[in-house]
Design a protein around this ligand. Structure first.
Ligand SMILES: C[S@@+](CC[C@H](N)C(=O)[O-])C[C@H]1O[C@@H](n2cnc3c(N)ncnc32)[C@H](O)[C@@H]1O
Ligand code: SF4
Length: 315
């Protein structure tokens, strides 16, 4: 069943400086504050209560690195208490035993760990080191009852490791989502981006995923609670290949409008259009009317603005 979701950027601060980070590439994001976290916990509690009344069901909490906020686990717990399902996007570097315990106490539903560094690896040794480090906490999270999904950014440097990562992650009981690495043409190292993957490499990957789908026991897939369908991966990789190789574009926005709250308190109707604003969290009236402010955002409902970075949000 489709869940009505919303996004909260808890902080724009981060402990990493990924060369590909949207937050650094988007001119509307780089002017946002990265030194403080203006969203107050009481105001977020009010927001969660109002969103439940407006039939929102799941909150995706992201950043920057959301776990840098000292009270992040407790905020996630507030969202659960309000009656929402809660997912956390993280780079996975701040997990400790104490952090896993706090996330468990918060009754977090799922964690999505991004394998950001894997997009930049140079050889197998680096692949193994990074993969081992980034998935070290997966068993503890699953044992604590938190579903885990891993995000694999496909780049020109790591496309050959996609299939073994799919297998390894799934054998841990976690799910996986693949998404292309977006690098704007003017950036240094733009040639690492997915745009520079050759047509035959996409074809090879598609054939491999196709074999995986053919061998999948879909009855057992329900155990992988996040990103649990290899057939969807196949469909998605084909779509990405068509965009890059055939220059295809959907003729309307397939993801938006979606409610996004940035850490400076502004609501936006899209994950990538921070130029469009739907009000501020300090205004009670805005918070009480969010669903209609977002769904009626005509700029996005019929927007022909599907851009390369949107590929990572679209499923
Ligand atoms: C901006 S990060 C914030 C959450 C957290 N810091 C993390 O890295 O997971 C949200 C997601 O966007 C992805 N991302 C950021 N820049 C990207 C890019 N240029 N291309 C593809 N995915 C990107 C990250 O890998 C992550 O999955
Ligand atoms: S960890 Fe996430 S937010 Fe931080 S720089 Fe990397 S992609 Fe951006």
């Amino acid at each position: 069943m489709f869940e009505k979701p919303f996004f909260v950027i808890l902080t724009n601060r981060c402990n990493l400086t990924c060369a590909h980070c949207y937050n650094e590439l988007d001119p509307f994001k780089i002017i946002k504050t990265k030194v403080s976290d203006p969203l107050s916990r009481p105001r977020l509690q009010f927001l969660f209560q109002e969103l439940v009344k407006q039939k929102y069901q799941r909150g995706y909490f992201s950043g920057g690195e959301a776990l840098l906020r000292p009270d992040a686990p407790e905020i996630l717990g507030d969202a659960r208490t309000a009656g929402l399902k809660v997912s956390l996007f993280t780079n996975g570097h701040l997990f400790t035993e104490e952090m896993v315990n706090r996330l468990t106490s918060a009754r977090l539903d799922e964690v999505r760990i991004s394998l950001n560094e894997l997009a930049w690896i140079k050889d197998r040794r680096q692949y193994e080191l990074v993969f081992e480090r980034q998935t070290r906490w997966v068993p503890a999270l699953i044992k604590a009852g938190i579903a885990v999904g891993v995000i694999y950014l496909i780049s020109r440097l790591n496309i050959e490791y996609v299939m073994e990562t799919l297998d390894a992650v799934r054998s841990m009981g976690a799910g996986i989502k693949v998404q292309p690495l977006y690098m704007p043409p003017h950036e240094p190292h733009a040639d690492v981006g997915a745009r520079h993957i050759a047509a035959n490499e996409w074809e090879h990957l598609i054939n491999q995923v196709q074999s995986m789908v053919a061998a999948t026991d879909f009855a057992a897939e329900a155990d992988l609670q996040v990103y649990n369908n290899p057939w969807k991966i196949l469909r998605y990789v084909r779509f990405v290949r068509d965009v890059y190789v055939g220059d295809h574009r959907p003729d309307f926005c397939p993801t938006g409008p979606i409610l996004v709250l940035d850490s400076d308190g502004y609501f936006h109707p899209c994950l990538f259009r921070f130029d469009l604003v739907a009000g501020h969290i300090s205004d009670d009236d805005t918070v009480r009317t969010l669903a209609s402010r977002i769904s009626c955002h005509e700029d996005l409902r019929t927007a022909p603005c599907f851009r390369e970075e949107c590929l990572s949000a679209y499923r």
